[in-house]
Design a protein around this ligand. Structure first.
Ligand SMILES: [Zn+2]
Ligand SMILES: [Zn+2]
Ligand SMILES: [Zn+2]
Ligand SMILES: [Zn+2]
Length: 264
């Protein structure tokens, strides 16, 4: 649970009470004090609190109207916490991706927005059970050397052909001009068929893109069109949109051809 910053959690390293304009260096030992106590997101102005001082961000405050504070079980009494708002306004922080090369320092209130689009945010390997994280180019090398993955270069809005194996896991695509990386996840779901989806790998987690997958057999043509927002997962971490491919679309050799378009 977030706490109101106390004198002990904000340790002032340089003191000059006479000079109000002096800038101080602070060490914050617990960043949780700047997180909403309900959704754990970084606080932004306005910041609210219950009558016992439990902090809530604006969107949680709206959800609590007429309801009880989840911590002290008293009715949520809407009151701004100006002290913490002032601290948030003045606080200068480094980007979380400094270890990956980001040099930027910014107001705490801008940190969340910056990190969503920070070019140094690591790309996580999409393979199940692998913890690799690195810059876009490092991930590309990693997929090629450590996973022996099938890597295909493509262009936005142009056809990409993939030969899919009924049992296969991933295919990786890299867009020729932008370097944007995508992967196709292919999962077998028992005898009925496979679930296929395409997701974006890497920096812009807010990225939105559209894709289309078509597959044809002698009797059937199936086309799936989907617009992917954010990380493409619902609140329980399940994939939101996927293409269900009935088993009969795979030939007797267990393979089929997919026509894919990725649009930006
Ligand atoms: Zn919140
Ligand atoms: Zn409370
Ligand atoms: Zn950054
Ligand atoms: Zn990996």
């Amino acid at each position: 649970m977030a706490k109101i910053p106390s004198a002990s959690s904000l340790k002032r390293q340089r003191t000059n009470d006479e000079d109000k304009n002096a800038s101080f260096t602070w060490t914050i030992s617990d960043q949780e004090v700047f997180e909403c106590g309900i959704c754990y997101e970084a606080l932004r102005i306005p910041v609210y609190q219950c009558r016992n001082g439990h902090i809530a961000c604006d969107s949680c405050r709206i959800k609590l109207i007429g309801r009880k504070c989840p911590t002290c079980r008293q009715f949520f009494f809407i009151c701004r916490n100006r002290a913490i708002e002032k601290v948030i306004e003045l606080l200068q922080v480094k980007c979380n991706y400094a270890p990956y090369g980001c040099q930027e320092t910014m107001a705490y209130s801008k940190k969340h927005q910056h990190e969503k689009t920070c070019q140094h945010s690591p790309c996580f390997c999409p393979c199940l059970g692998c913890n690799f994280a690195g810059l876009s180019d490092q991930l590309y090398q990693h997929l090629r050397t450590d996973h022996n993955g099938s890597l295909v270069d493509f262009k936005y809005d142009e056809r990409l052909n993939i030969n899919l194996n009924v049992n296969e896991g991933h295919h990786y695509f890299r867009e020729e001009s932008s370097g944007g990386q995508y992967f196709l996840d292919n999962r077998r779901t028992g005898e009925l068929g496979n679930i296929v989806s395409i997701d974006h790998i890497g920096a812009s987690k807010e990225a939105e893109f559209r894709y289309q997958i078509s597959v044809s057999s002698k009797k059937t043509v199936l086309t799936f069109k989907y617009t992917r927002h954010g990380n493409g997962l619902d609140d329980d971490g399940r994939i939101k949109g996927y293409f269900f491919m009935p088993s009969e679309l795979f030939g007797s050799n267990g393979r089929c051809n997919l026509e894919i378009y990725i649009y930006k």
